[in-house]
Ligand binder design. Sequence first.
Ligand SMILES: C[S@@+](CC[C@H](N)C(=O)[O-])C[C@H]1O[C@@H](n2cnc3c(N)ncnc32)[C@H](O)[C@@H]1O
Length: 262
Amino acid sequence: MVEQHLATTGDPVDGVLAGLARACSRADRPAAGPAEPGTLAAVRVLDVGGGSGTRAVPLAVLGCSVTVVDASVNSLAILHRRAQDAGVADRVVGVQADADRLEAIAAPASIDLVLCHHLLEAVDDPAAVMGAVVRTVRPGGYVSILVAGRLGAVLGQTMAGRFEAARELLTGPDGRSGAADTLRRRFDVPGVRALVDSVGLQVESVSGVGVLVGLVSGVIRQAGPGGEADLAALEAAAGQHPELLHIAADLHVVARRPDGPA
Ligand SMILES: C[S@@+](CC[C@H](N)C(=O)[O-])C[C@H]1O[C@@H](n2cnc3c(N)ncnc32)[C@H](O)[C@@H]1O
């Protein structure tokens, strides 16, 4: 899959999530600096399509109470083991359910932070899932959305010499490359923003994950004058660059439910 070709240097998303969890924390805490393990108790997180818990478990380690909703029993079994290994099984609950049926899992307006990562590419109806997501989040709470980027995939296929697939990704309605494509759709920035806007969430930030690192071959990494640290610094800047981020492998949107009556 082309997204694997566009590997990233480091993953900025975990840091963003820790910052959001800290912002959601009702306790009086310092605004800056990394969150210490166990300090974010009482923050309620719902990870929709959370799979095996690669995001959920680190948040639980910080102290959050995390519910993972996923359609896959196998993924939830791995989640359970991962949470046990990290010593946070008491703060992680896995529920097998469909992403657009969240009302039985979380009361309306009860969640501080909802994650919806690499799910909207796979579901039948992304708007229905986002509608279900927004009903669970409390006023002032956050939603983190991570989706595969269409333009990053176009670049990846082009650099691999798969020009027909690149053209299909670029010109097709859903950012797919034929029936064998493992994803049902990919997003560009206007498309994901429109989806977020349509459910009444306010976009707080859009950033790119894997903007430039996938364009650098291993030979250049090893032989070039700049080290991995320089590349990581470049990638971090590119992920925040308002034009360049459009070609990222993944697009990360942080949105907020407006304050007001639930
Ligand atoms: C690509 S994985 C992403 C996992 C995790 N969010 C991450 O970013 O690492 C997609 C996950 O969504 C789940 N999934 C797909 N369709 C779903 C649906 N309609 N309802 C609930 N989960 C679903 C899959 O079982 C899978 O675990």
